[in-house]
Design a protein around this ligand. Structure first.
Ligand SMILES: [Zn+2]
Length: 67
């Protein structure tokens, strides 16, 4: 059923916190940072993460993935 599949695909999209593009979740990573003294998750596309973008307060380790 193609219509069901299209609906599914649309749900699996996030907005990259760095470039503001809509990317499939499978092409994004969640990086934790701090905003207003609170820990939160930022969805970032793999090219931005590989390019060095990090959320404010990021203190973890990011292992680059193939885009
Ligand atoms: Zn991006």
């Amino acid at each position: 059923m193609p219509s069901e599949k299209a609906k599914e695909n649309r749900a699996l999209v996030v907005t990259c916190a760095a470039c503001k593009k809509s990317v499939p979740t499978e092409s994004a990573v969640a990086l934790s940072g701090i905003e207003d003294s609170r820990r939160r998750q930022y969805a970032v596309c793999v090219p931005c993460a590989n390019g060095g973008w990090r959320p404010p307060g990021f203190a973890g380790i990011y292992n680059p993935r193939p885009a």
